[in-house]
Each structure stands twice: as C-alpha cells, then as structure tokens.
Design a protein around this ligand. Structure first.
Ligand SMILES: [Fe+2]
Ligand SMILES: [Fe+2]
Length: 265
C-alpha cells in the first residue's frame, strides 16, 4: 500500500513501504517525489522489487516520464535494479561520484547505457532542480557508506535520510513516530554497527540542525515527525558511539565457529 506523506497542487511525496516482505530481505521503503511533470524515485531497491515497484509507480506517472532515480548509496537494497530502471525508463541515476564506476556493474554491456544516464554527485553535495523547485542532495558520508547522500525536500520539509534513522519493524502500520524513547530499541543496534563513527554522526547532526524539517523519512522502518522526536533523535545521534568507536583489538584469533561444506548423503 502506498502512503502519501505530503500533497499540495504542485507537489506530492509518496512512500511505498510494503513491497519487500520481511522473508525476502530487510523491510525497505521506496519514496516518490512528484513535482509538476518532473519526478524522482529514491532508493528503488534490488531485482526482486523491480516488478512490484514499477507497477506501483505507474499508478502515479507513466514510467516513460520518470526524471531521476536517486541512490543514497551503493547497497543492493538501494540500487540493485539499476539495469531495469535504465532499460524501461529514461531516468538518470543520481548517486555519489564514488559509485559512478560501481553501479554500472549491475548493468550488462549490451544495454550500452552511456555516462549521460548518470548524475554523479561531488562529495559536498548538490542542488537538483525539479521543475520550478529544487531538492538538496546533502552529504551523509560514512553513515554508513563512504559515499552517502540524503535528500532534503524544502516543500514537504522532509529529509529522506537513507539508512540514517532506520528502524527494524515487522508488521507495524506505516505511520509517523512521535515518541523517541519508545522507538529507540528498534534503531539502536543497527546504528551502533552500521554507522561508522561518532565523528561522522556529529558532522551530519550539525548540518541537519540547520534545516527546517518536519519529517525524517528513512529507507527502513518508520518516519519520525515533529520537533520533539526529531530533536531527541538528533541529540542521540550527536552522542552516539558506534562503528569504529566500539572496536577493540581481538588479540590472537580463535575461531568461535567452524564452517564445513555440506556433506553428500
Ligand atoms: Fe545500506
Ligand atoms: Fe538500507
């Protein structure tokens, strides 16, 4: 089912949250921004998602009119279906310059998609024009990918934060979270392991505090809406020790498990 997060006469934001079933992979959201006759699909996911997502998107616009595919980073749950979107739509893929030579690895040579199908973002980010407005592609490097971007939509006042702010949910209805403490257990373990370091978190928080945000919309789990939960989340991220902060020297290696090939029966 699609959820409309924002709508006015020129601008809509739609989230598809239930196209990846938990038993196929981690739950993931795909976001569609429509502005006039221009459009942007964010983090469209891997091969398993192409058919259901393309059918869902086609209810809002003909695929032949899709303007941009945005990839926050290089993971398969983000942009594993690049070949199909390049084949069946005229959209350009917007991603970090670091991934410009890696994303094409999922695109067969016979497709002959040239460099003109990619918009490669510099490390400092860029503004991306969408009709008579623009969204901002904001740096979020090392959270968790080395070349990682968020998208800020100034009309919806929404920050599409990729893996940052993600929560692990199962069957909860897709609705904004307002209580941070109740939500924290669903995000804590993921952030401690997947976010690179406190320095990366702080750099991001410092930038995000300067935006006028009503909603943070992550790639996994539920959005957070309103000043209370967003303020509490930013405070938590500012202090979070994670990734390499938590590494300890293992000393001499001792295997805690042994893996063997399956024996023939
Ligand atoms: Fe990721
Ligand atoms: Fe992800």
């Amino acid at each position: 089912m699609a959820t409309e997060l924002f709508r006015n006469d020129r601008h809509r934001v739609i989230v598809f949250n239930d196209l990846v079933r938990g038993d196929d992979g981690v739950q993931a959201n795909q976001m569609l921004i429509l502005h006039g006759d221009q459009s942007m699909l964010l983090d469209p996911g891997g091969a398993l998602l192409y058919t259901p997502l393309s059918m869902a998107v086609a209810r809002y616009l003909p695929l032949k009119q899709l303007t941009y595919i945005f990839a926050s980073h290089q993971d398969p749950d983000v942009i594993g279906s690049a070949d199909r979107w390049l084949t069946y739509t005229p959209a350009k893929i917007v991603c970090s310059k670091l991934w410009g030579r890696f994303v094409p690895h999922s695109v067969p040579h016979y497709m002959e998609t040239g460099r003109d199908r990619y918009v490669l973002l510099p490390d400092e980010g860029a503004e991306l024009v969408l009709g008579d407005t623009a969204v901002q592609c904001l740096p979020a490097h090392f959270l968790h990918s080395v070349g990682n971007f968020n998208v800020y939509d100034p009309i919806a006042r929404a920050l599409f934060s990729g893996d940052v702010g993600s929560s692990m949910v199962t069957d909860e209805p897709y609705a904004p979270v307002h209580d941070f403490r109740g939500h924290l257990p669903k995000m804590e373990g993921f952030h401690r392991r997947y976010m690179a370091s406190n320095r990366a978190c702080r750099t991001w928080v410092h930038m995000v505090r300067q935006l006028d945000i009503d909603m943070i919309v992550p790639q996994h789990g539920l959005p957070m809406q309103g000043p209370q939960v967003i303020g509490a989340f930013l405070d938590w991220m500012d202090e979070l020790r994670c990734g390499v902060d938590l590494m300890t020297a293992p000393g001499k290696f001792t295997a805690s498990s042994v893996i063997r090939p399956l024996s023939a029966t």
